[in-house]
Design a protein around this ligand. Structure first.
Ligand code: SF4
Length: 264
């Protein structure tokens, strides 16, 4: 595996790695200390707002291929944190991801995750690890809507039941590191009613909400700045702890959902 390309944007820096079978995956260095790494060559979940899964899944990465992305970038940039949020669903490649997690932890790195939450048994295990954060991508509470947006992610009911079961077992400190990810799509999942349902759920689970910004890689519209702020204020007014997408995640270069698989 070798680093073949670096593209520096205004905010983020994109790194392209060629694998031994000529596939290439991407990682993004952002915020001056964080590397977002890929865990699969493609993705089977096929979220309709994400370029990474648009061609399906070719294969999963081995643990050493996940760790190597960090090693290669750390030679050139001060990587202190790793976000397992690039191409691929981490729980769908759990054995390798878990091994990579412990190897990265041994090096003193803080490791956080973004996941759609299935398979559920792996989510249970992930929540118990000494991670630096887990964002469970919900995006819709309605079963049909979630299926339409995240076809391979499984229904929300089982996911919510698992969180209801598992979160009370965690310490308050640990629970604070878990949040529900919600990508705001204009006219799709941003109605007041849906946001109030989301607030009710977050409060019941005792977790915060991470409001994600859409980078326009699919057929949807991102909300305007005012709509985004309105959603934020609505959740806040319901007493929910809300984290907003940072400008790094909104960037067209390396922002959420923009990473792609290549064949060289
Ligand atoms: S958002 Fe994540 S789970 Fe969904 S298709 Fe993209 S990489 Fe896969």
């Amino acid at each position: 595996m070798r680093l073949t390309k670096k593209i520096k944007g205004e905010l983020n820096e994109l790194f392209l790695f060629e694998l031994e079978d000529r596939f290439a995956v991407e990682a993004v260095f952002y915020r001056g200390d964080t590397l977002c790494v890929s865990t699969q060559v493609g993705c089977r979940v096929g979220c309709r707002f994400c370029a990474s899964g648009s061609k399906g899944l070719f294969r999963s990465l081995r643990a050493d291929e996940i760790v190597k992305q960090v090693e290669l970038v750390a030679r050139e940039r001060p990587v202190k944190r790793v976000a397992v949020a690039g191409i691929g669903e981490p729980l769908a490649n759990w054995r390798s991801v878990k091994e990579a997690f412990f190897r990265l932890k041994e090096r003193g790195l803080k490791v956080s995750f973004y996941t759609v939450g299935s398979p559920l048994k792996h989510l249970r295990e992930l929540l118990s690890l000494p991670h630096a954060g887990v964002t469970v991508s919900l995006h819709a509470l309605d079963k049909e809507k979630r299926r339409a947006l995240l076809p391979g992610a499984g229904p929300p009911d089982g996911l919510i039941a698992l969180l209801e079961d598992e979160l009370p077992r965690l310490s308050a400190k640990k629970r604070k590191k878990v949040s529900l990810g919600y990508l705001l799509l204009r006219g799709v999942n941003d109605s007041e009613e849906e946001l109030r349902r989301l607030a009710t759920l977050a409060k019941r689970l005792g977790v915060g909400v991470t409001l994600l910004y859409y980078n326009r890689v699919g057929p949807f519209e991102p909300p305007t700045a005012e709509e985004y702020e309105r959603a934020f204020l609505l959740l806040r007014s319901e007493g929910v702890r809300v984290t907003l997408s940072t400008r790094f995640r909104k960037d067209r270069l390396g922002g959420c959902g923009t990473l792609v698989v290549n064949r060289l």
